[in-house]
Design a protein around this ligand. Structure first.
Ligand code: B12
Length: 135
């Protein structure tokens, strides 16, 4: 690859569960990716604007608060509005399987449960980006 994969890791909502986001940000950096971590309490608009400005290959959202069915559709719709069709939206946290299925149907990528090995997540992002983005 000519350049490292760029990923925006974001925490949307008002809760303070940032451990998973920080673990993922560190794991993706260790896997050789360039990671921008937004910090806590971002809105979908802030996340998508930051992703556009930073020209990322993937957006990763961490959600443990239960707000996934509100947040992911908002983010994917904003991405579509801005023409970010070749950017991956992925994430993880406390998200039931039936909700993951519905979110996948509207274009959200894989969502990972607690306990997922971080290598699996890094491999998924890396393979998706190689397949869908022009390097
Ligand atoms: C630690 C913890 C806390 C800590 C948070 C510390 C911190 N700085 O993060 C503290 C004590 C502050 C806390 C507080 C609260 N918590 Co809490 N907390 C937890 C707990 C026990 C573990 C979360 C954790 O850190 N796991 C370790 C990390 C590494 O794992 P992870 O985030 O799941 O990440 C993995 C995957 O999910 C995935 N992933 C996660 N993010 C991302 C992002 C991307 C991009 C990708 C690809 C993958 C990915 O990959 C990671 C690696 O495998 C969970 C229960 C649980 N079993 O998850 C409850 C839990 C999340 N908390 C809960 C609640 C209710 C609260 C409180 C509201 C309790 C209260 N009444 O006060 C408060 C909220 C306070 C606040 N202001 O936000 C609930 C949420 C319920 C819900 N979703 O409906 C849970 C599920 C407990 C429960 N069973 O009820 N909590």
């Amino acid at each position: 690859m000519k350049r490292p994969i760029r990923v925006l890791v974001a925490k949307v909502g008002l809760d303070g569960h940032d451990r998973g986001a920080k673990v993922i940000a560190t794991a993706l950096r260790d896997a050789g990716m360039e990671v921008i971590y937004t910090g806590l309490r971002q809105t979908p608009e802030m996340v998508v604007n930051a992703a556009l400005q930073e020209d990322v290959d993937a957006i990763g959202i961490s959600i443990l608060s239960g707000a996934h069915n509100t947040v992911f559709p908002k983010v994917i719709n904003l991405m579509k509005e801005k023409g970010m069709d070749d950017v991956l939206l992925t994430g993880g946290g406390i998200i039931p399987d039936e909700d993951i299925e519905e979110l996948n149907k509207i274009g959200v990528g894989k969502l990972f449960h607690p306990g997922t090995n971080t290598h699996e997540i890094a491999d998924y992002i890396s393979n998706w980006v190689k397949e869908h983005r022009n390097f």
